[in-house]
Write a new protein. Structure first.
Length: 260
């Protein structure tokens, strides 16, 4: 598939997807969703995925010019749009068997904010911001917003963000625990690359199961979680990376993980 709305490349174990409609703050169209789905289907061989945006914004959510209709015209079925596009995107990001870094280079609004929160590690430029813009147009937070927000920042802050739709600065997002880290704008690319290279040389299967176990904790009992940890450890105990990690420790050298 030729990409018109995203950029995609993959090298040295690092896959990168850049939302690429900068004149519309990388807002989502059906075509961009289709390209994203295609690209996410191609990252299987990578050991880390980086998602970012081109230009001054990360993503302004749904392209609203696709939604403006005359007063007497039939309104679009937004449920169908969620079912076809946003829901599969969030689930695909969470299910990927490698860390997903979101480098939030500018404003992340509406579904753009929540797609960022669906990623495993969010780095944001200091000038970036997060806006639950849905309430301003009569919608609910989607793309997992009602799931991620209370879990990440608690109900009181989630309510304020979702009901008011105020701009949350990257610094405040870090202070509240909404994101991993806020970095100076001119450091975002370098910090993202450093993290991506770290993950590309890490024990990928261990990280994949760590991600799965931490997300499962949102709905599991302690007993279920202990069982899951046992099962993960059993599987990883037979991995080449575990053997290499222990050998490197004993030999007092840096490990060479192959992601197997
Ligand atoms: O519909 C469904 O399928 C259901 C799912 C919905 C999911 C959603 O995401 S709903 C929420 C949709 N998003 C929004 O409501 C956010 C709309 N955008 C904004 O509020 C502001 O643009 C921002 C706060 C994000 C940034 O503000 P600012 O002042 O930095 O930039 P700007 O001037 O508003 O935007 C720059 C250009 O991008 C501008 O175009 P122009 O005037 O230069 O020709 C603006 O119209 C365009 N743009 C920004 N966001 C969108 C957009 N165009 C279409 N759709 C957008 N979402």
């Amino acid at each position: 598939m030729d990409y018109q709305n995203i950029l995609f490349d993959q090298a040295d174990g690092i896959a990168r997807i850049t939302l690429n409609r900068p004149d519309r703050l990388n807002s989502f169209t059906a075509a961009m969703h289709a390209e994203l789905r295609d690209a996410l289907g191609r990252v299987g061989g990578a050991r880390v995925l980086v998602l970012t945006g081109a230009g001054r914004g990360f993503c302004a959510g749904q392209d609203l010019s696709d939604r403006a209709v005359a007063a007497d015209a039939q309104q679009p079925d937004l449920g169908a749009s969620i079912e076809t596009n946003y829901r599969p995107l969030v689930l695909a990001l969470r299910a990927l068997p490698m860390p997903v870094i979101c480098a939030v280079n500018g404003v992340a609004a509406g579904a753009g904010a929540n797609i960022a929160l669906a990623c495993d590690i969010v780095l944001a430029a200091r000038s970036a911001s997060f806006i639950q813009a849905f309430c301003k147009i009569g919608l609910v937070p989607d793309s997992g917003g009602t799931y991620f927000l209370p879990r990440l920042v608690g109900t009181a802050r989630a309510m304020g963000l979702a009901l008011l739709g105020d701009k949350l600065s990257a610094e405040q997002a870090e202070a509240w625990g909404l994101i991993w880290k806020c970095v100076d704008d001119d450091r975002l690319a370098a910090e993202t690359d450093k993290l991506a290279r770290h993950f590309a040389a890490a024990p990928t299967r261990g990280l994949a199961l760590t991600k799965r176990a931490l997300y499962a904790a949102a709905h599991n009992t302690l007993e279920q979680q202990l069982d899951l940890e046992r099962d993960c450890q059993r599987e990883l105990g037979y991995s080449e990376d575990y053997r290499e990690g222990v050998a490197a420790f004993m030999e007092k050298r840096a490990p060479r993980f192959q992601g197997r």
